[in-house]
Design a protein around this ligand. Structure first.
Ligand SMILES: [Fe+2]
Length: 139
């Protein structure tokens, strides 16, 4: 199932919102490749794009949190690390099982369950903090 970014997911920091939109795009491209029966090689390539981008994006968010002195930073970083572990486990499954429908289902669950929940609760809290502190240059 395709994921769509909506205003309800807006963190209020343009760079972060743009990165979230790009994450969703990469995820949708990966899912479309699974659905259309693309080669295992192509699916792995798209998966790598997504996984690398997740790490880059989390790194940017973590730098922002450190910069603004976000109080919940350690907890937020732990959640990022946990998600990266989930992504790595999925990558191992992809290598072993190939792009099966079952794997596409697990991927969707990770994005729809974890990521959307994370953005709407944790990332939006960072956005509120940025606003309160009146930080002008976010990243
Ligand atoms: Fe985050």
């Amino acid at each position: 199932m395709k994921v769509e970014w909506g205003e309800y997911l807006s963190v209020g920091v343009e760079e972060i919102d743009d990165q979230h939109k790009l994450l969703f795009e990469k995820f949708n491209a990966l899912l479309a490749a699974c659905d259309s029966g693309s080669s295992a090689e192509e699916v792995q390539r798209l998966f790598s794009f997504l996984a690398t981008y997740v790490v880059t994006h989390f790194g940017d968010e973590e730098r922002l949190m450190q910069k603004i002195g976000f109080p919940d930073y350690p907890k937020h970083r732990d959640m990022h690390q946990d998600f990266i572990r989930q992504v790595e486990a999925l990558r191992e499954r992809l290598v072993k099982e190939g792009p099966t429908q079952r794997l596409a289902g697990s991927l969707t669950l990770a994005i729809n369950g974890w990521l959307i929940e994370h953005i709407s609760r944790m990332d939006r809290a960072v956005g509120r903090f940025v606003k309160e502190k009146k930080v002008t240059e976010a990243l």
